[in-house]
Design a protein around this ligand. Structure first.
Ligand code: HEM
Length: 403
């Protein structure tokens, strides 16, 4: 590449730790910190393949938005013939991606969100019932399991029109197979049939439930760790609900500004995708430099690193929803916050995800108080082998009903 780079190991390159020792977001953070302010990017090697990690947000903007024509693909494996499930919106390149994206986009407008809103609220009622049962017997709550059922049911119901109901049915086949799609995408014949039949929506389903439930999991964890923020969020939710006649409507949810800040802060702290992947699709001269990135070079936009950069978030390890107060958001440059990506390949489900997570927090928080159980291993260790941020030993919370 003829550019700033990290001396690689002769076999593994620089990304030896990926999937073994480090969460991928923490791994790129090491290179980002070391090379920031030395140029727009650092080059590393994954085995023998060059990978570019941008360290400058102007360059991130060029990659994701301004020069999208050079970076429209993710370079992620798919094989339509032998593995039809692997060819979906996330993996498809170029024109085929564009056609499919145009086809699916109408399913995610704000008008469609309003239609789906009552469905998710109804599923959230079952989430509340589930939490109430945990509180009644004084058990500790396995947050991930409970939230995964909620997000699976709501996405399942919206996407497939199925009353999948994993929240009430402990042994639900839908839940078991849904979870196993992540562990092993080849499991569950009937489910696979369904996935093939609804391929486009199916990928949204699997991309959606795990990311959203991870977000809910971390959100409840941080609220449990920060009782003052928990109280403030609960009071805010109750006040806005009261102003809307006690009913959870779409408009009431939109008015919950502080709740939005709490969720943005969760996604800053724990972005489910630690990096955004792109591939250079034609030789690209990096603006303001003499460097040319060759076609086929991989790019990892270091989301986790940027979200934890003290230049943009003064105390990056502190959970502080005020980071998302309007004046602070305005003071930050473009792409300082990008949990859903940016540009034409931004997460298509971002609106649905935010709606679903908000409804989940409202349902879980308005009548229950949370503290961290001793069963949770602290400090949290992000699991390395999973692309999405997940926690060793899980997150366990004590739940108390507020009378
Ligand atoms: C908190 C929840 C979620 C997070 C943090 C998240 C994050 C992301 C990220 C980082 C990307 C890649 C963006 C990029 O490369 O620039 C992405 C893409 C995508 N997401 Fe999400 N996502 C979430 C929920 C959802 C939901 C609920 C759905 C569907 C219902 C969904 C469907 C998709 C699809 C289909 C893509 C590929 C888009 C494309 O390539 O055009 N996601 N998401």
């Amino acid at each position: 590449m003829g550019a700033p780079y990290e001396e690689p190991h002769f076999i593994f390159g620089n990304l030896k730790g990926v999937g073994i020792y480090d969460h991928d977001g923490q791994l790129t953070e090491r290179f980002y910190r070391k090379h920031k302010n030395k140029g727009p990017f650092v080059g590393v090697y994954f085995f023998l393949s060059p990978v570019v990690i941008p360290t400058d947000l102007e360059f991130v903007k060029s990659i994701l938005v301004k020069d999208f024509n050079y970076f429209h693909d993710r370079g992620i494996y798919f094989n339509e013939k032998d593995d039809p499930l692997s060819a979906h919106l996330f993996t498809l390149p170029g024109l085929r991606w564009k056609r499919l994206r145009t086809k699916i986009t109408p399913a995610f407008t704000s008008g469609k969100m309003k239609l789906m809103f009552p469905i998710v609220v109804e599923v959230a009622q079952r989430l509340e019932d589930k939490i109430s049962k945990v509180a009644e017997v004084g058990a500790v709550m396995d947050v991930k399991a409970v939230m995964a059922r909620f997000t699976m049911d709501s996405i399942g119901t919206c996407a497939f029109g199925l009353a999948s109901n994993t929240l009430q049915d402990e042994s639900s086949e839908f839940f078991r197979v849904g979870m196993s799609v992540f562990d092993n995408p080849r499991h569950g014949t009937w489910f696979l049939f369904l996935l093939i039949a609804f391929r486009e929506l199916a990928v949204d389903y699997s991309a959606g439930f795990e990311t959203s439930s991870t977000t809910l999991q971390f959100c409840f964890y941080e609220l449990a760790c920060n009782p003052d923020i928990q109280e403030r969020t609960r009071s805010h939710i109750l006040e806005v609900l009261e102003a809307h006649g006690g009913e959870l409507t779409y408009e009431a949810m939109v008015d919950m500004k502080y709740l939005d800040q709490v969720i943005c802060e969760t996604l800053r702290h724990y972005p489910p995708a630690g990096n955004h992947f792109r591939e250079v699709t034609q030789d690209y001269k990096v603006p303001g430099t003499e460097f040319t990135l060759k076609k086929g070079t991989s790019v990892m936009v270091p989301v986790y690193a940027v979200h934890h950069d003290p230049e943009y978030y003064p105390d990056p390890l502190k959970f502080n929803p005020d980071n998302f107060a309007d004046e602070n958001v305005k003071a930050r440059p473009f792409a300082a916050y990008m949990p859903f990506g940016e540009g034409p390949r931004i997460c298509i489900g971002a609106r649905f995800a935010m709606m679903q997570v908000k409804i989940g927090v409202i349902a879980g928080l308005r009548r229950y108080r949370y503290t961290v159980s001793t069963k949770t291993r602290q400090p949290l260790k992000l699991l390395s082998k999973i692309f999405l941020a997940s926690v060793e030993g899980g997150i366990w919370l004590n739940v108390e009903r507020i009378e």
